[in-house]
Write a protein that binds this ligand. Structure first.
Ligand SMILES: *Cc1c(COP(=O)(O)O)cnc(C)c1O
Length: 358
């Protein structure tokens, strides 16, 4: 039995079922006498895994037929460069709601003019703009947003509507909720928060948008190359994709994305309720209407108390709770694979820590 509760922000907790399945077939994958890491990526055996992961993603995201699923290495950070490299003509628009969107916009500046729409930076990025408050200038090649702000703990609930192609960094909430994934022209997400280990980045791109991609991009940085080769232009990160497939299988076995979403909401409520009933002992960072169901961020009255909280939490088996180095405080990351029970244990710990220290 596992006796720690893992709230790591990323790489993050994986479903026990997926880890055990990987463990049991590590030395002998499907009677091949070798592991999945030790065979050609052109073998039928690996191809089955690769295409199963693609078809599971398509079906769990309920994607239109003309959407391509691609696998890249280089993390979400490489996508910060690849998106403008492939799609920016003269100008594009970035909505800044946190550190990752700032970084995405800064990388894009190398490739053209960036129209930034900064929201609530002076309030520590504690809210999300209403789609009505954004500008949708059609000189932009696309509009870029970050659906969940991993560091500040805020999340978009309603997405921009726009004739502009919509590009979204979903690294920290992909498949955590049953949204209309077809509303986006390009989605990218590093797997290591909600979908698997580090090493593979998932891209879902509509064919109509892909047609706009510049064709003179270096092949390893081109969405068109990866689409034509079904993400087998070179050796793909086979083990990461194998694990991704096991995590997707687990999502299916849990009843699909809507069941996962219902549980995620319950998990988040347990922690936000503990903050709200603490009468200011715990101070939630995000405004209520923008609260993330994935990253619950809060502070205590002073640094020493936060240190003590983290220390006592760790002694109680609650790990991965320190906030991001840029903002400090506490961050409980409660991605898909974090069990409801872990949130129950953390909420109870928060109540008892408060009783002990007031
Ligand atoms: C973690 C994270 C990133 C960075 O991902 P890498 O895969 O390490 O490049 C980017 N965007 C968001 C929203 C994230 O949560």
């Amino acid at each position: 039995m596992k006796n720690v509760h893992n709230f790591s922000a990323g790489p993050a907790a994986l479903p026990r079922q997926a880890l055990e399945k990987a463990q049991s077939s590590l030395l002998n994958y499907e009677e091949s006498q070798v592991s999945i890491m030790e065979m050609s990526h052109r073998s039928k055996t690996y191809e089955n895994v690769h295409f199963q992961a693609i078809s599971r993603l398509k079906s769990l995201m309920k994607l239109d037929e003309d959407t391509h699923i691609l696998f890249f290495q280089g993390g979400a950070n490489l996508q910060f460069s690849m998106v403008p490299m492939n799609f920016l003509n003269n100008q594009s628009s970035y909505v800044l709601t946190g550190v990752w969107s700032e970084k995405a916009a800064n990388e894009a500046k190398r490739f053209g003019t960036i129209d930034v729409q900064t929201h609530a930076k002076e309030n520590g990025y504690s809210t999300i703009p209403s789609p009505d408050d954004l500008s949708y200038d059609d000189r932009n090649s696309y509009l870029h947003i970050t659906s969940n702000n991993t560091i500040y703990g805020t999340q978009w609930k309603k997405f921009p509507y726009s004739k502009l192609p919509l590009v979204c960094d979903m690294s920290s909430d992909i498949l955590s909720r049953d949204i209309d994934y077809n509303a986006f022209d390009l989605i990218y997400a590093g797997a290591q928060k909600n979908l698997g280990p580090a090493g593979v980045t998932i891209v879902a791109v509509k064919d109509s948008f892909l047609k706009n991609a510049h064709s003179d991009v270096a092949p390893m940085l081109s969405y068109q190359t990866f689409s034509k080769s079904q993400s087998m232009y070179n050796t793909p990160p086979v083990f990461s994709i194998y694990m991704l497939n096991l995590v997707l299988e687990w999502i299916e076995s849990e009843g699909g994305v809507s069941s996962i979403e219902a549980r995620n909401e319950k998990k988040a409520s347990l922690l936000y309720d503990a903050i709200d009933r603490s009468e200011g002992f715990y101070r939630g960072h995000a405004e209520k209407e923008a609260r993330s169901t994935m990253n619950v961020t809060f502070n205590l009255q002073h640094d020493d108390l936060e240190k003590l909280f983290l220390q006592e939490a760790e002694e109680a088996g609650l790990i991965g709770l320190p906030g991001h180095r840029l903002v400090g405080g506490i961050r409980a990351s409660i991605y898909n694979a974090v069990p409801l029970e872990s949130c129950e244990v953390l909420a109870a710990f928060m109540d008892s820590f408060k009783r002990k220290h007031t």
